[in-house]
Design a protein around this ligand. Structure first.
Ligand code: ADP
Ligand code: MG
Length: 405
């Protein structure tokens, strides 16, 4: 009998015994443990064996969300997360943390410690630039997304994966917080910056043409089991170093539209732009826009090459199909870049890039820009086909947000 045979939420003091009992470190190791989680859902412990110069991360799922004790989600989400990271490692080696093991009883995953990296969101808020990012993230997206579709996979094996990674509770969070509440505040938990209250009412709550497009996008999100997506690919789910990029935290993963992942990265680079703009960091802002453009164009280029290498479906080989398919992915990318821009600006879960802008005028401007750019992406999504199209919309919104003051 071990006390880890039944689930309980570990405290820092429980973790040394846990990693020793499970064989991740020698029984006589002198360990220090620190809880470093800053996310909404889980507890993350960094375990250091200083004498051996080794460390691991233990991530355990709690039963309630850290942001709200009333919101419960299944602890099974960490099983999904560790299995996904292992699949992603297979398709995109070196671009996610290595998983050492998952414990179905304690709902805990033990993985590679990436503390020598920085969280991308915070590095971007210091206006640091990452020259490898467009290259790495486009590789990550093409390999993890295209290779898990019906284009490349045997169709029964793909359907098995759809079943294995059905993720109703985390999808419900997205359906509510991303694809419903920002447009009507039906659960009274939107956070609208007071200076923009009237702007938000008119541009989001009262725009029925927008609501119709969001309804279509929401049903696409729920029904388009296209690829095994990360589901929460923002800059707080990416670690960076000048020579390395690692995507982590895929607990929202399920079979959904690829454009959701790609669009999330686009939107979060725009939040980085907002922060850089407020600080007068024009070289950083140029880098953010160039990175959006390069990332999308590299994605397209690598997608077309990878398609030819991995396509197995006979009908998908029909001339013209891959271009049509890619075109629909770019339109989805615009749609979901739009929904991410809006939900992070007025919804319950916001981003520090924007909320830490101290000057209220500048923050209000950045938020209007996000909303106007988002509406352009959503309402004209078929027209967004290459990197420069996405960047031009940011520039248009930057002008329009001034006029809307
Ligand atoms: P949540 O699911 O609760 O959002 P995350 O996976 O985002 O949890 O982890 C929360 C924080 O813990 C991260 O922002 C990061 O600082 C730290 N963390 C998570 N995984 C690792 C890792 N493999 N190496 C180092 N730090 C990590
Ligand atoms: Mg997180």
């Amino acid at each position: 009998m071990s006390r880890f045979d039944t689930y309980f939420l570990m405290k820092t003091t429980d973790v040394p015994e846990y990693v020793k009992e499970k064989g991740y470190v020698p029984k006589d190791a002198a360990l220090t443990v620190k809880e470093i989680g800053d996310g909404n859902l889980n507890y993350v412990f960094r375990v250091v064996d200083a004498a051996a110069g080794k460390s691991v991360i233990v991530k355990q799922a709690g039963e309630a969300l850290r942001i709200s004790a009333e919101m419960h989600v299944s602890t099974d989400r960490n099983r999904i997360e560790s299995e996904i990271l292992q699949i992603e490692w297979k398709y995109a080696p070196g671009l996610v943390p290595k998983i050492f093991g998952y414990d179905t009883v304690m709902c805990a995953c033990v993985m590679e410690d990436l503390s020598d990296h920085q969280l991308m969101r915070y590095a971007l808020m210091r206006h640091e630039t990452f020259p490898r990012f467009a290259e790495d993230i486009s590789t990550f997206m093409v390999n993890t997304l295209l290779k898990t579709t019906d284009v490349a996979m045997e169709h029964k094996a793909k359907k098995d994966q759809v079943k294995r990674f059905i993720n109703p509770e985390l999808c419900e969070i997205t359906e509510d917080l991303v694809l419903t509440e920002p447009y009507n505040d039906c659960n009274h938990r939107n956070l609208v910056f007071p200076k923009n209250a009237e702007f938000v009412r008119k541009e989001l709550y009262a725009d029925e043409a927008l609501h119709l497009e969001i309804a279509k996008i929401k049903f696409d999100f729920m029904n388009n089991a296209q690829a095994l997506i990360h589901g929460d690919l923002h800059t707080g789910s990416i670690f960076v170093k000048p020579d390395s990029t690692r995507v982590f935290d895929p607990e929202f993963a399920f079979y959904g539209p690829m454009g959701y992942d790609i669009g999330n990265v686009v939107a979060n680079l725009i939040f980085a732009w907002d922060n850089g703009w407020a600080a007068g960091e024009s070289a950083f802002c140029d880098w953010a826009l160039t990175t959006i453009q390069e990332m999308l164009d590299l994605f397209k280029q690598k997608f077309l090459a990878c398609f030819d290498e991995c396509v197995t479906d006979r009908m998908a080989k029909t001339p013209g199909f891959k271009e049509w398919y890619l075109s629909s992915i770019m339109a989805d990318t615009a749609a979901y870049a739009g929904t991410e821009l809006i939900r992070r600006t007025v919804g319950m879960a916001q981003v520090k890039d924007v909320t830490t802008i101290e000057d209220p005028e500048k923050r209000a401007y950045a938020e209007r820009l996000n909303i106007l750019c988002a509406k352009d992406y959503i309402l004209h999504r078929q027209a967004f086909q290459q990197g420069s199209d996405f960047v031009e919309a940011v520039k248009r919104a930057a002008k329009a947000a001034k006029a809307a003051d």
